[in-house]
Design a protein. Structure first.
Length: 504
């Protein structure tokens, strides 16, 4: 302590070199010039979870913060562009809808566009068509088209939002190169013990198999599901959400590319869970997330293989997990980022975002050696709230199914849901109102896409929407639809865009 002030943190140790570890290392490498050493310990023998290839638009902010050239990143990771997620068979077998990134139409005199759409759908003549027709990302996705958005707010192209599908191993490699160039030190080795202060429990060092000791002041646990520091050493409890999200296993396999390069992820509902399809430039990532209480492992494996479009590249790999999170994500001098802190199935591709969110909040509350409890509590408050909000959105997809006759889907439809989700649903079912809570990741447009996509219709609409002259609203809607249609038609195909700018 100097002048009554706690000293600076100058030694950060990250345990784990998966996506979470290397994203954290790349972000913290910015502290190296100011005298903070950043060391990452990972074990190649243990390896990484090896999945996690679909993202959401917030990743663009992370890459920008690191000064990453987007074309170089797309090339290096075999990435493709993602305009949203197609949900197949979630409402009933045969149905399909898109949760696109971006907005539907635009508000009129303070009335949300979806309210106009609902009124027109009720009036009919002209039939407004699906709400997705009023979202550029949705229309472009369905047509297999992509270009970068315009910075001009007057242009329809400014309403396009996108993210990426990438190869997780190549992304970790890309970030490792960037981190090491910026002064992060990597240590290869297996952590076998954690040294803690006998009185406070603060972590002092991690010990490796070959007796090396890596000491630090701030520890970031990126050790994956095992949660070596936060869970095992500090014994922070895990709250399970299995009663709401019963899927606890997945089979994952890569397959050869077939057909056109779709600019969206696909999530297809199946007997006891759902299958993902993530198109990359050089292959396709596939998986079946399922509830082991409702389907045998072998049957799930067969269902995954039977649903592949191209030839399997190797044998499927099985993964085990449980939905939930630790009760604190920062405890004493340890912050858990990634799977060590919690897990939510990848239905809305949110895990990498939660990693990024944890990193951003750690940077904004970067501690000194006093480790202020007030700041640690603030970190936990905002991060736990974010996990809970994402959880509710994922539960909505399951709960709002109409796939009657299957034990798994019946259970999801009839289960009791969190009070926070019930409150959101009540607002929607009343007058189609959706509000974005403080710090909430998903926008009202995202909720609207899923609610309408799964046929959850409100009983009424915003009374202000009824004050707008119907003829005028119908003309306005037709104009919006037409502009979006023309803009999407003028865009290059996804494949052509990649070939021109960033083929790997
Ligand atoms: P890991 O990748 O498991 O890395 C853990 C690291 O810790 C490894 O380097 C390991 O070697 C190291 N380690 C562990 N123990 C020790 C030890 N004793 N000593 C030294 N090192 C050790 N997220 C998305 O955003 N989009 C998706 O599409 C998506 N799909 C997913 C599908 C499935 C089936 C699953 C399970 C997850 C998915 N995720 C997805 C989540 C995503 O994979 C993870 O959030 C992401 O990969 C980060 O993982 P991690 O770095 O926390 O853990």
């Amino acid at each position: 302590m100097r002048d009554g002030q706690p000293g600076r943190v100058t030694k950060v140790v990250i345990v784990g070199g998966g996506t979470a570890g290397w994203m954290t290392a790349a972000a913290l490498s910015r502290l190296v010039p100011s005298g903070v050493s950043v060391t990452l310990v990972e074990s190649e023998k243990i390896g990484t979870v090896g999945v996690g290839e679909a993202t959401i638009p917030s990743l663009l902010d992370f890459n920008r913060m690191l000064g990453i050239d987007e074309d170089a990143f797309v090339r290096a990771t075999g990435a493709t562009f993602k305009l949203g997620i197609e949900f197949r068979d979630w409402t009933r077998p045969g149905d399909s809808y898109l949760h696109p990134f971006g907005t539907h139409g635009r508000d009129v005199d303070g009335v949300s566009f979806h309210q106009l759409w609902l009124r027109q759908a009720a009036l009919g003549n002209p039939d407004p068509g699906p709400i997705g027709d009023y979202c550029l990302s949705a229309v472009a996705a369905r047509r297999g088209r992509f270009t970068r958005p315009s910075a001009n707010p007057q242009s329809v192209l400014s309403s396009l939002f996108y993210a990426f599908h990438f190869d997780a191993a190549l992304y970790a490699r890309f970030l490792r190169d960037l981190s090491e160039r910026s002064g992060v030190v990597r240590i290869e080795g297996r952590v076998v013990a954690v040294d803690q202060d006998a009185e406070t429990g603060f972590i002092e060092a991690v010990r490796l198999e070959d007796d090396r000791r890596v000491d630090g002041e701030l520890f970031v646990d990126c050790s994956g599901f095992r949660s070596l520091l936060l869970g095992e050493a500090l014994d922070v409890p895990f709250t399970s959400w299995k009663h709401w999200l019963p899927c606890d296993r997945a089979w994952a396999v890569q397959s050869a590319r077939e057909g056109i390069l779709t600019p969206y992820t696909r999530a297809t509902a199946d007997t006891a869970g759902w299958r993902w399809r993530i198109p990359l430039q050089h292959r396709v990532g596939n998986g079946y997330v399922y509830s082991s209480a409702h389907i045998d492992d072998d049957d799930a494996r067969q269902a995954l293989l039977a649903g592949l479009e191209g030839q399997a590249l190797g044998e499927p790999r099985q993964l085990h997990f449980e939905a939930g999170r630790r009760d604190r994500l920062w405890d004493r001098n340890c912050v858990a980022i990634g799977l060590s802190g919690g897990f939510l199935e990848p239905l809305e591709s949110t895990s990498i975002h939660l990693i990024q969110s944890g990193i951003a909040r750690l940077m904004s509350l970067f501690p000194d050696l006093g480790f202020s409890l007030t700041e640690i509590d603030e970190y936990n408050r905002v991060m736990l709230r974010e996990y809970d909000q994402v959880r509710d959105f994922i539960i909505l997809h399951y709960h709002a199914n109409k796939r009657s006759g299957s034990q798994f889907w019946d259970q999801c439809r009839t289960m009791s849901i969190p009070a926070s989700l019930s409150a959101k649903l009540a607002l929607w079912l009343g007058k189609a109102r959706v509000f974005r809570e403080q710090g909430e990741l998903f926008t009202p447009d995202g909720w609207i896409a899923v609610l309408l996509g799964q046929g959850v219709r409100p009983t009424s609409i915003d009374p202000l929407a009824a004050t707008l002259p119907p003829g005028e609203s119908a003309r306005f809607m037709a104009h919006v639809r037409d502009m979006i249609d023309k803009t999407a038609t003028a865009m290059p195909t996804h494949e052509a865009f990649i070939a021109e700018h960033c083929a790997s």
